[in-house]
Write a protein that binds this ligand. Structure first.
Ligand code: C5P
Length: 243
């Protein structure tokens, strides 16, 4: 499978043991371009898990969703660069100054060290949030309006893209134009169960709506043949890209 297609499939490494994570990386790296390391696995295993993934020739999406004062997020982002991750993310709700400072420090670090610049993404509104969740924290606006507003803020701050539901991808693509990355979880191929995901799309639907990469966990990990499941998803992504 072409590298260009493989890099659009990100496997959610939602496990808590180093050995289990390594088993998945060994099993899937042929068909999966990036492995997403989130708060659970990183808190348990730390940078060692990132080095392990890189040793196997794969790349890392460090999904720690930084949200703090601008200086703290910018410094954490530089540490993510030192780890050599391909993607990291923040919460757009941290604001424009937080994102601009992060871009400035990452740019300066990468220019000084000649390190490759990671793709910088922001989460707009978590897909677990509803209008009610927003109202509870004093935001009396529809979710879609906030998603588009935060995607535009992210773009204006110099970030590369957002993490968003496939159901929001078309709105974001229309608002932010081509060249803005939209990474979508909540993707379910027709052969997989919904699990606890509610607002799902197939890989083809997500790509057609403007997604540039897909985060997929259980449809691969719960399959009888996980490598084959990942291969089927790659074919679906490839078809959607040409059509
Ligand atoms: O197993 P599944 O394909 O549902 O995994 C999706 C991954 O994407 C999980 O790591 C989940 O935490 C993450 N995610 C999500 N919805 C979001 C953001 C992240 O499902 N809005």
């Amino acid at each position: 499978m072409k590298q260009e297609v493989r890099e659009r499939l990100i496997f959610a490494l939602d496990v808590d043991e180093f050995s289990v994570a390594e088993k998945w990386v060994q099993q899937l790296h042929e068909n999966v371009g990036l492995f997403k390391v989130g708060k659970q696995l990183f808190t348990r295993c730390g940078p060692a898990v990132i080095e392990m993934i890189q040793r196997h020739g794969s790349d890392v999406f460090l999904d720690l969703k930084y949200h703090d004062i601008p200086n703290t997020v910018a410094k954490a982002a530089v540490e993510a660069c030192k780890l050599g991750v391909k993607i990291f993310n923040v919460h757009a709700l941290g604001g424009a100054e937080m994102m601009r400072k992060t871009v400035a420090e990452v740019d300066a670090y990468c220019a000084a060290t000649k390190a490759p610049k990671p793709q910088m993404l922001a989460v707009t509104i978590l897909t677990s949030s509803t209008a009610e969740t927003l109202r509870e924290v004093g935001i009396d606006r529809p979710v879609e309006e906030m998603v588009v507003r935060l995607a535009k803020l992210t773009q204006a701050a110099g970030f590369d893209g957002v993490v968003a539901s496939p159901k929001e991808a078309a709105l974001i693509r229309a608002a932010c134009g081509d060249g803005f990355a939209i990474v979508t979880p909540g993707v379910r191929p027709s052969f997989a169960s919904l699990d606890d995901q509610k607002r799902v799309a197939t890989p083809a639907e997500a790509i057609a709506a403007g997604a540039t990469a897909l985060v997929i966990g259980r449809p691969i990990s719960a399959a009888t043949d996980p490598l084959e499941a990942a291969g089927k998803i790659l074919l679906e992504i490839e078809d959607a890209l040409v059509s």
